[in-house]
Design a binder for this molecule. Sequence first.
Ligand SMILES: Cc1cc2nc3c(=O)[nH]c(=O)nc-3n(C[C@H](O)[C@H](O)[C@H](O)COP(=O)(O)O)c2cc1C
Length: 229
Amino acid sequence: MKIVIIHGQNHKGSTYHIARMLAEKIKGDIKEFFLPRDFGEFCVGCTKCFMESEKKCPHYEKLRPLTDAMDEADVIILASPVYVYHVTGAMKTFLDHYGYRWMVHRPQGSMFRKQGVCISTAAGAGMKPTNKDMVDSLFFWGVAKRYQYGVRVAAVNWNGVSEKKKCAIDKATSGIAKKIVNNSKHVKPGIKTRAMFWAMHFAQRKGFNPCDAEYWKSKSWTGKKRPWK
Ligand SMILES: Cc1cc2nc3c(=O)[nH]c(=O)nc-3n(C[C@H](O)[C@H](O)[C@H](O)COP(=O)(O)O)c2cc1C
């Protein structure tokens, strides 16, 4: 299996170690990117990706290695420490660049056959909204199976995490890895993703944005064809 990890920070703290631990348990080829080291541009709000083409984004080429790695991966891991109850700014600006890939616009067909994991750690609280920041993108990209793991580490770095907590993390990551491996042979989107796609396929028949409508038509998704079949 191909695994890509997008780290929402440059440093190797608790979030890094947990994401890495999970990826190693899935046992595959691991590619990883660190934000903002490998991509740190802010969306300029030109909306060219939505209205014309993602290739017109001023950051398209810079983002491309990360985009290609995600498109090739079977498993996408998004990991971020909690910063004031949400993802890091670096993770947020990364995700902003894929708004055009949301199901309401031009989702990539391969996403509907992938699994995705959101991992966050906090000293005390905020894992839920932080994982939601990331899982919203996975869902609207069409990622078929999504897992979330938030850990209250009660520490500001990995060395400060207690042995008891590390044991619990080890157990939890083994459980998620097992599910991912077991599901890998038959990855199909669940009812929520199918329902969203169904609603979008009607919207795209009317075609409020010509660029999106043309895309859906070219994939035959406005008819009976589906990207997971
Ligand atoms: C800017 C900043 C904001 C933070 N905000 C929160 C927060 O809202 N809630 C919390 O419990 N911890 C917060 N923390 C602590 C980290 O989330 C926590 O230590 C996390 O496990 C760090 O992960 P890392 O070791 O991967 O960097 C914050 C830390 C920083 C640097």
